[in-house]
Design a protein around this ligand. Structure first.
Ligand code: NAD
Length: 361
């Protein structure tokens, strides 16, 4: 594993996305989002995705510089069409709209359809939480069919993430943010590029045998970073047995069918659809009990005696904070293959040798 300084990498990727055709603000948002996901410890949605984002734009699947269209604009409700523009532009727009409306109306819902990849969903819940707003996100990764439902061996769901953010005054939010698959697809990508191994039972073969081998998803791979999940014959499993599989189904129906993106299906233009609810706790918990009760309850949960081998009971969002502290200090870890593919991609868009950040180690 190499280590690359986060700020230097963000500047390098910003230039790369600008050269790809993104306006300055979008280039910064996409680069900042990818580095932010890596800093949070979510390498699967971090800088390893940069070459894929570039390829999708070059193939016309993602449209740089696209403008979000608000096609329904009610006091507490909006529908936004992303026109396959960069998800970091579209989901940020939808989130700002939802936050504004929730501040006006107490509660708001925003349906975002037809966005290119929005990346780490938690980033948008963090943006809402920074404004004091609770948010709940149902997402489909429509067009990507990777996950076997409970009781099945064939792919039917996308990795359909679910996310909830709860703000806390003067503190980082509580942030639950996960794929409803056993692992996010990006974790299979990272494992196939020499990164962290997959947990037992993450994948299932066509014969029903459980597996940790990325071959099940991508078939034979080489050192090139581009993986085609159409080439494997297996599937990722839904998390949490029948309960997790049920939540995945709901993310497809609410994030997909309800937003107008469409629940996932094969051979469809990839799009993230996100249905998000935004709630202003100051207008719901009018007796101002919310912040105090969240603090009381989090302390109660964390006071549970840790299980054997566990140092501390963590609440969602804390692992990401720990990763940020370590990675800001020591740089982002990245496999040599993944780093080589990012550099090759940037060089292909005109980056010079001297612009390329030098690994810290
Ligand atoms: P994960 O399995 O790492 O779970 C992360 C969640 O679990 C976080 O909320 C984290 O704080 C919490 N957590 C982890 N360890 C914990 C502990 N010990 N105690 C308490 N809480 C703990 O996440 P994942 O499923 O690999 O998803 C990774 C990312 O992928 C997410 O950011 C998700 O939004 C993103 N994703 C995006 C898409 C897309 O189409 N845009 C699709 C799938 C996933």
């Amino acid at each position: 594993m190499l280590r690359i300084e986060a700020g230097a990498l963000e500047a390098y990727l910003t230039t790369m996305f600008r050269r790809l055709g993104c306006p300055e603000g979008e280039a910064q948002a996409v680069a900042g989002h990818l580095v932010g996901a890596s800093l949070a410890g979510h390498d699967s949605h971090g800088v390893v995705r940069a070459p894929l984002y570039v390829r999708w734009a070059q193939e016309g699947r993602t449209v740089p510089g696209q403008t979000a269209k608000t096609i329904v604009d009610a006091p507490a409700f909006a529908v936004v069409d992303g026109g396959h523009g960069f998800g970091q532009t579209m989901a940020a727009f939808a989130t700002r709209l939802g936050v504004e409306k929730a501040k006006q109306s107490g509660v708001a819902a925003v349906a975002l359809r037809n966005s290119a990849h929005i990346g780490r969903v938690g980033a948008y819940a963090e943006e809402a939480a920074a404004e004091g707003i609770v948010s709940i996100h149902f997402v489909t990764a429509s067009g990507s069919v990777l996950v076997a439902p409970f009781g099945g061996v064939e792919r039917r769901f996308s990795t359909a993430p679910f996310c909830v953010g709860v703000p806390r005054p003067g503190q980082k939010p509580i942030l639950l943010d996960f794929a409803t698959s056993f692992v996010a697809e990006g974790k299979v990508l990272v494992a196939s590029l020499g990164g962290k191994r997959l947990p037992e039972g993450a994948l299932i073969g066509p014969d029903g045998a459980l597996s940790t081998d990325p071959y099940q998803l991508y078939g034979e791979t080489n050192t090139q970073p581009v993986r085609e999940h159409s080439k494997g014959k297996g599937a990722i499993r839904a998390f949490g047995e029948h309960k997790g599989s049920g939540l995945a189904l709901m993310c497809e129906l609410i994030g997909g069918s309800l937003t107008g993106t469409g629940a996932t299906q094969p051979a469809k233009h990839f799009a993230n659809g996100m249905f998000a609810l935004y709630v202003d706790p100051a207008q719901v918990a009018v007796e101002e009990v919310f912040d105090a009760d969240v603090a009381r309850y989090v302390a109660f949960v964390k006071s549970a005696k840790p299980a054997q081998g566990v140092d501390e009971v963590l609440i969602p969002g804390e692992p990401e904070e720990q990763a940020r502290a370590e990675r800001r200090a020591n740089g982002l870890p990245i496999s040599e293959d993944a780093w080589a593919s990012i550099v090759a991609c940037a060089r292909g868009l005109g980056a010079s040798e001297s612009e390329t950040p030098k690994p810290l180690r």
